[in-house]
Design a protein around this ligand. Structure first.
Ligand code: GAR
Length: 205
């Protein structure tokens, strides 16, 4: 069975939805560990309640390089069996850029969720970016992580219509609902080995 590591920084609602889907839908993957770079992340409490191992690797005040920080993450993932051979890493609101060395070590085994239809509105505050731009539609994207910022091969996207009276909050809420749906779906597809990557494209069987 594959081992899953989830990396969070805050609320952890995508993490929670993935963990609950694994149980409910019997997704063939073992939730091995949740790692947070912030000791006060709300998601840690949720993970604990769900009986998942939690680890904190604080990034604030860390003096080393990005790769030195990531080596600590990799050591922890490895301790729980989330390896480049037998693991899947999900970034779920993990607000750090990961090093190219980490990406290469876990090639096509790291997923990310982004609250926009990539390649539109990468980076931070994507829901606000979509509203400010005047887009009529936005949505969310699950993609493999490569060495760029929100640029890896796309696995699933979901479109959300923007309403005239939408605020950042109301739009984010509707997008989040779709995030939960497609992130769990992508984990399921990965666990069942149904995603093939061919260059920039993914093929779902
Ligand atoms: C989610 O909306 C996720 O898409 C976003 O942070 C939120 C985390 O919420 N991620 C990014 O913006 C990454 N660029 P959660 O902690 O409740 O899952």
């Amino acid at each position: 069975m594959l081992n899953l590591g989830i990396l969070i920084s805050g609320r952890g609602s995508n993490m929670e939805s993935i963990l609950k889907s694994i149980k409910r839908e019997k997704i063939p993957i073992k939730p091995a560990v949740v790692i947070s770079n912030k000791p006060d992340a709300v998601g840690l409490k949720i993970a604990e309640k769900l009986g998942i191992n939690i680890e904190i690797i604080e990034s604030k005040g860390f003096k080393g390089t990005r790769w030195q920080y990531d080596k600590k993450v990799i050591a922890t993932l490895t301790k729980y069996g989330v390896t480049p051979r037998n693991g899947l890493v999900c970034l779920a609101g993990f607000m750090r850029i990961i090093s190219p060395e980490f990406v290469k070590k876990y090639k096509n085994r790291i997923l990310n969720i982004h609250p926009a239809l990539l390649p539109a509105f990468p980076g931070l505050d994507s829901q606000k970016q979509a509203l400010d731009y005047g887009s009529k539609y936005s949505g969310c994207t699950v993609h493999f992580v490569d060495t760029g910022m929100d640029t890896g091969p796309i696995i699933i996207q979901s479109v959300v219509k923007i309403k005239e009276n939408d605020t950042e909050e109301s739009l984010s809420k509707r997008i989040l609902k779709e995030e939960h749906r497609i992130y769990s779906k992508a984990v399921d597809l990965f666990a069942r080995k149904k995603i093939k990557v061919s260059g920039r494209r993914t093929v779902i069987s």
